[in-house]
Design a protein around this ligand. Sequence first.
Ligand code: GLV
Length: 309
Amino acid sequence: MAIVVIRQDDRIDLWKNALQNAHNGIKVYSFLEDHPKEDITMAVIWKHPKGSLAKYPNLQCIASAGAGVDYIFEDDTRPKNIPITRIVDPYLASDMSEHVLAVILAHLKNLNSYKLDQMANVWVPKDYLRIKDVTVGILGLGELGALTARDLVSFNFNVQGWSRSKKEIEGVKTFYGPQGQQDFLSATDILVCLLPLTPATKGILNKELLSQLPKNAFVINVARGGHLVDEDLIALLDSDHLSGACLDVYHTEPLPATHPFWNHRKVHMTPHYASVSDTNSVIPQIIENYNRLGSAEKLQNLVDSDKGY
Ligand code: GLV
């Protein structure tokens, strides 16, 4: 039994060492080093190179190092008959909720446009909004969406939420299914996308959906770049239907230098960092699943392959 860590960013050694230090005697390899492929029973991965999972004949579990698993389903060469797990972690949820709160407050108080004014030596006080003036609508009420909704309620925001199937959250007006979407959108001033990316939600933030928001609505996408049709967002910002957007995720990351978002005055960007797995916090659940694999017990935080999340 051994673990391979597969990711293409600069956090590969951090993950390898953290896993190794968490469990005496565990064998952990980086996919970049020489390693015995037949010993590998668990792959701990984040945006792996397509095809890399097919090299392990005895793989028993694919463990996503993040909450999202969309990138795993995009790899047709992955072994399809083994469990996929994802991270469910209080920090991943609270970091997201804090990020969304910060973005909403910055929007209400015009902080981004004051920064632009400052760079241009401009002094123009602007009207601001109060928490009571706006309704925040959260698309997706999974772990992250539900906590974000509850936290916004505790800040006295009017909060509503939409999900595929019916959900109830205290203090949140909830809508579900295609029939609930129109009422949800028409009453949403600030839309927060926290949906999983699946074939059903790909491109959901398109002209048709975004046009149903009231004029001057603000859009926050902290889910996946694939949810958004970039040119539809730009068209609605340019026609002044939408007042702005704050994006953390993109179709291609890092966002290519020529992409129009970079210089759009109504688009505020962060580099996919709203909520990132903290190794100290999430490694114990991966080790727990590694131990469960060893004793053939049911794994935690299993992904439903039919739903894709
Ligand atoms: C981050 O985007 C994650 O899915 O954990």
